[in-house]
Design a protein around this ligand. Structure first.
Ligand code: 26M
Length: 790
């Protein structure tokens, strides 16, 4: 296709799909016209893929996830179809700014963070590999809230991407299911019959997900909740027009909003309703599709693999048993076995407060039949393993991790360290009973979005050096290694980074009004704000560095820009305080005439996928500083390394594997190991001791509790200081001096710019293993027993 063809298609859509003439088209109209022109090119491969899957009798993979953190779709589709230059030329002809058109698209922010973004990378890889697959989730009207700062404090505003014109989804009125809640179970007949007292309709919306070079496209099917009857006719006829619309509003609440908390499980009934709503609709769709081609439900595991992304869809176990046993008449044991053969479960966290537990009472009132089946599953497990005390129901609560484990044929962790800890801690007893069930699949990221499209400068250099085979075979980046000795290559690599940094500096100037020097080290920590991720360790170190510069302003300090971005859960008070603190410190430090040549702090608001795509390519230093044993994997860490940032990090999550691959000499390691963390907590007054041993730390904590950054309100950070001096559960104090010292090594290393560039290039060359294509192949081989249809 030439750019003239694409231009003609766009003009046709502009005119006939949107009724606009080019003279009066807004940037949004151009974006929609381009989107439809591109979408037209996805539909054929999409249909082909569906036909091939049927014709070949292939096994299908179903990825059930409460979250898909996709970001923008247009550029991704253009890049995957190889239309980037064509589209750019088409807009050059029209005199419209192509970048502006792409940036006009709102992010689809249907996720909180790592778990949802992983699901999005997996969709990309499944399509690139040609594995027949469906993503199933919820079509939230409102994705993750928008964040802004008012006087340094986080303020949340609703996000409303669905109110904006949207080109990617197809409504499927023919694919709808009635989903019930509450009611009672009638056990008078041969089969138990659940009679719900509330019904909603789940309506399907499909988005095609095209893989690299358009060779294959899968479907993301999101469910929207609708009323069974849009209008309550009785109320309407009484003249109560407002009351008549009530069922509509009530049903729609189920898919109204994404829960913004990825920290603590709050046990809200609406959340459980969301979980059941999308899981039940998806399973009904799966069983319907299976029965359209096969009739033996016991053989379903040969053709169906269902992956549970964390425990959020854990009700899939009992629901599938209910469908097969109560509704289709299979004996309970056969139903359970068939369900287990299909299901597998990914664990994403060991943090006790994040593990889902539902009160039995709530479960029994919302899903009475499922509560009975959960008891039966638990009893069957106990009977099969006499003398063992592990149960899915405990202290009046259903433990969704245990339930998922019992109903899955495979359970996986997301990094080597995390999987090991799963076996030793939360699932120790279950692992003893089922030693082959737990497997590891270290996370990965899609190179299409996280290198090719977000870092065109570096991608071009890689293409020119080793060709473009790396895009779907990322380990080929290792071919760069032999070029790193070459001065020309190293300079070109450094220039790609420098150019990304200049572009980011421009963005920061234009959006925040802060001047940053592109020649300074760009040190970036971007992720959700959590105590275990320790943004407060980073800011304490920043304060200490600022003090050191102040004391010796004439020394030749290594200039740094500390960049933060990330949202805090609206109810997470401590995390919000950390945000406020960073903003307060930034204001003071940036205005300090003595230090501002050497140190700047920027906290960018409203972190999302698109902002990550801007920041990561411009990073020199990647902050991965969680308390060891707490970050299950991390995926941002991989994106940074792939884009040639060096990591300062703990031995946590996938950092361990990143360091093994890029080489210890190209990674700044600090801090305690996971076992050392456990031991350190038993040391009395560990925080006090660490503070006594580090004058830098003592001064930094003193500064925040003396109100140095909050002259108007000196009390503001007393509780942060108190927490650090007292419990300090995440061992910020105990890891501080190791971190501070390592940062000074980073300073020194950055001064030898050529050596730094060499290390940076080695990070890129050795990060190929962290492609989500590799991860998906691992799931296909070890968990799903599925094959590519290409
Ligand atoms: C639970 C209940 C109610 C509302 C929200 C939740 C919830 C939502 C998201 C709980 C946890 C959620 O996400 C956890 C998560 O993102 N975990 C991250 O998963 C990544 C992918 O495997 C890992 O890389 C990260 O280390 C891990 O923190």
């Amino acid at each position: 296709m030439t750019h003239a063809d694409l231009r003609a298609d766009m003009l046709r859509h502009l005119t006939y799909s949107f009724g606009k003439d080019p003279e009066h088209a807004h940037i949004r109209d151009w974006r929609m016209a381009l989107s439809l022109a591109v979408r037209d090119r996805i539909v054929d491969p999409w249909f082909d893929a569906t036909r091939k899957t049927y014709a070949g009798g292939h096994k299908r993979v179903y990825y059930l996830s409460m979250e898909f953190l996709i970001g923008r779709l247009l550029e991704d589709a253009i890049v995957n179809l190889g239309l980037l230059e064509t589209a750019r030329d088409a807009f050059a002809d029209l005199g419209v700014d192509f970048t502006e058109v792409l940036e006009n698209e709102p992010d689809a922010a249907l996720g909180n963070g790592g778990l949802g973004r992983l699901a999005a990378c997996f969709l990309d890889s499944l399509s690139t590999i040609g594995c027949p697959a469906y993503g199933y989730g919820i079509r939230y009207e409102h994705g993750l809230f928008r964040q802004s700062f008012v006087d340094g404090r986080q303020v949340e505003e609703p996000e409303d991407w669905l109110l904006q014109p949207h080109a990617w989804e197809f409504q499927r009125p023919e694919a709808a299911f009635e989903i019930g809640f509450g009611g009672s179970v009638d056990e008078s007949g041969r089969r138990a019959v659940w009679r719900p007292d509330e019904m909603v309709v789940a309506a399907a919306y499909d988005t095609p997900i095209v893989g690299w070079q358009g060779r294959w496209a899968n479907t993301l099917r999101l469910w929207s909740a609708k009323p069974v009857r849009a209008f309550d006719l009785e109320s309407f006829n009484r003249g109560d027009y407002v009351g008549a619309a009530a069922p509509e509003a009530l049903a729609r609440t189920i898919s109204r909003v994404l829960y913004p908390d990825d920290t603590t499980e709050q046990g809200k009934a609406l959340r459980l309703k969301q979980e059941y709503f999308f899981t039940a609709s998806s399973l009904r769709d799966v069983v319907r599709r299976y029965l359209s081609e096969h009739d033996d439900l016991r053989a379903m595991p040969e053709k169906v693999a269902i992956q549970l992304n964390d425990t959020h869809p854990a009700i899939a176990g009992p629901e599938l048993v209910r469908l097969l046993h109560d509704e289709k008449g299979l004996p309970f044991e056969d139903a359970e076995q068939a369900a287990r053969g299909c299901l597998s479960y990914t664990n994403h966290t060991l943090m006790p407060e994040a593990l889902e537990r539902w009160p039995e009472e709530l479960m029994a009132s919302l899903l009475p039949r499922h509560m009975q089946l959960i008891e039966r599953i638990d009893q069957a497990h106990a009977k099969a393993n006499p003398g063992r005390k592990v149960t899915a129901i405990e202290d009046g609560e259903v433990k969704m991790g245990e339930l998922s484990f019992m109903m899955a044929h495979k359970v996986n962790g997301v990094s080597a360290l995390h999987t090991g800890l799963m076996k030793e801690t939360v699932f120790a007893e279950l692992n003893r009973l089922h030693p082959d069930r737990i497997v590891n699949q270290t996370n990965g990221v899609t190179p299409r979005r996280w290198l090719l499209s977000s870092n065109p400068g570096l991608s071009r250099l890689i293409d020119d050096t080793i060709g473009n085979g790396w895009v779907d075979d990322l380990e080929r980046l290792s071919e760069l290694e032999s070029h790193i000795e070459d001065n020309g290559f190293r300079e070109a690599f450094a220039e790609a980074k420098a150019s990304n940094k200049r572009e980011l500096a421009r963005f920061v100037r234009e959006t925040e009004g802060v001047e940053i020097d592109p020649d300074a080290m760009f040190d970036i920590q971007i992720k959700r704000i959590h105590e275990y991720k320790r943004q407060h360790l980073n800011i304490l170190e920043t304060i200490a560095y600022w003090r050191a510069i102040q004391e010796n302003p004439d020394r030749d300090w290594t200039p740094r820009v500390k960049i933060f971005a990330g949202k805090a859960a609206p109810g997470y008070v401590f995390a919000k305080k950390i945000i406020h603190l960073v903003n307060d410190v930034a204001r003071m430090v940036n205005d300090d005439p003595v230090t501002s040549r050497f140190l700047k702090i920027v906290y960018l608001p409203n972190y999302n996928v698109s902002l990550a795509e801007r920041l990561i390519p411009a990073a020199d230093l990647s902050e991965q500083i969680s308390t060891a044993g707490k970050e299950a994997s991390g995926t941002g860490n991989m994106k940074f390394a792939l884009n040639g940032a060096l990591t300062i990090g703990t031995l946590d999550g996938a950092n361990v594997e990143i360091r093994e691959r890029v080489g210890a000499e190209n990674f700044f390691l600090f801090g305690m190991t996971a076992p050392e963390v456990v031991a350190r907590r038993t040391v009395a007054n560990h925080a006090e001791k660490a503070i006594a041993e580090s004058p830098e730390l003592a001064r930094a904590i003193g500064d925040i509790e003396d109100g140095v950054f909050t002259m108007d309100d000196p009390e503001r950070y007393r509780d942060i200081a108190q927490n650090l001096r007292g419990a300090d559960y995440f061992l910020v104090c105990s890891d501080f001096s190791s971190y501070y010292d390592k940062q000074r090594e980073v300073d020194a290393a950055y001064r030898n710019r050529d050596e730094w560039n060499q290390k940076a290039a080695l990070n890129t060359a050795r990060s190929g293993w962290f492609s989500s294509d590799r991860t998906i192949r691992g799931y296909m081989n070890d968990i799903w027993m599925a094959r590519s249809a290409l």
